[in-house]
Design a protein. Structure first.
Length: 74
């Protein structure tokens, strides 16, 4: 893994963490829920998976066939 890719992943993780913190701070049900503990990382992971699917959609790769030179027999 290159340093640029590593830094990009870290920055995205921090961005997602900020988004989740904002969502949680605006939701009373999350603030007072005992089930919320430990779920923040799961929410961040879900956002990362969603972002990955949007940026890199599952596409079928078409294999390119090599063109072979053919010689015709006379």
């Amino acid at each position: 893994m290159t340093e640029d890719r590593k830094n990009l992943i870290i920055e995205k993780f921090k961005e997602y963490s900020t988004i989740i913190s904002t969502i949680v701070s605006n939701c009373d049900s999350f603030e007072y829920s005992s089930e919320y503990k430990g779920k923040k990382l799961e929410f961040i992971r879900l956002l990362m998976e969603l972002d990955k699917q949007i940026v890199e959609p599952n596409t079928t790769k078409v294999e390119e066939k090599e063109e072979k030179t053919t010689t015709k027999k006379k």
